[in-house]
Ligand binder design. Structure first.
Ligand SMILES: [Ca+2]
Length: 280
């Protein structure tokens, strides 16, 4: 299954049309995908009763076009990024202003790197189908061990007390920060309907932001109830001419110190700092 995502980068234009259909019609055609591909959020019709946000680009930062971004976060004035694909997976410390990789550590095959989160001086990295995660010192990337979990690994974030992880289904799981054991789980719903495709995560001021694979849409989730409290629509953030060269939106980072929100994606040329604009 992992080769599907590796060898068949998602067609962003197709995803946009799917999401557009969802937003406009509520009953979109299913995209043509291999039977074993990950689920699309075609069943995830943003509920009209919750706010929809557009965006304003505040600033753009360089991003490595070769980085198949699977995890993205912000700590200590730096970006931390996890990249995927077998043989190309890594964790990175990145200087915000320049995009320069200050430190990196490769993840050996056959592991396929996925989401990352930083808690204190620990960086946690998930893998796609191996059901094993890795723990590193966030400052040196020295190994601190590994842990196992019962599902695929997609996204992970830290809410100050627990890790929260996704596996592409509507379920978020909560992990104890010391034992890394799953202690709780939650179904994410919108208008009573499960929300599939939850991918890269970021804890932002009491909510879990999750970008939905494969789309330009972010769900704002109440981590107490699982309910979607709002949708962020990032369609149009990349110029048309870039869409054929990149893969999907897959990175949300929040700088809690300066209240800055960043997004990027797989093979994207830039990181966008954005401000959310409520739509009437
Ligand atoms: Ca993140």
């Amino acid at each position: 299954m992992r080769s599907v995502r590796a060898r068949q980068p998602m067609n962003s234009a197709a995803a946009v049309s799917v999401v557009l259909a969802v937003l406009c019609c509520g009953s979109p055609p299913r995209p043509s995908r291999p039977a074993n591909a990950r689920p699309a959020p075609a069943d995830t019709a943003p509920h009209p009763s919750v706010p929809v946000y557009g965006y304003r680009v505040v600033r753009m930062f360089p991003h490595d076009r070769e980085a198949f971004t699977q995890g993205f976060t912000c700590a200590n004035g730096l970006f931390y990024e996890g990249t995927g694909l077998e043989g190309r997976s890594s964790i990175r410390q990145v200087e915000m202003e320049t995009g320069r990789v200050l430190r990196s550590r490769a993840l050996a095959s056959p592991y396929f790197g996925e989401g990352i989160a930083v808690a204190g001086n620990r960086l946690v990295q998930l893998t796609y189908t191996s059901r094993r995660g890795f723990i590193y010192r966030a400052d040196t990337f020295d190994s601190l061990g590994s842990f196992v979990y019962p599902t695929e690994g997609w996204g992970i974030t830290h809410d100050g007390h627990r890790f929260i992880m996704s596996d592409g289904s509507p379920t978020l799981r909560f992990l104890d920060v010391e034992s890394m054991a799953v202690t709780d789980s939650l179904q994410v719903t919108d208008g009573g309907h499960p929300v599939v495709g939850l991918n890269e995560l970021e804890y932002v001021q009491g909510q879990v932001f999750a970008n939905l694979w494969p789309s330009f849409i972010i769900a704002r989730i109440d981590p107490r109830t699982g309910r979607v409290m709002g949708w962020i629509d990032l369609r149009g953030i990349l110029p048309e001419e870039e869409l054929a060269r990149v893969d999907v939106l897959n990175g949300i980072a929040f700088d809690a110190m300066e209240n800055r929100l960043f997004v990027t994606g797989k093979l994207w040329p830039v990181v966008f700092e954005i401000e959310l604009i409520p739509r009437p």
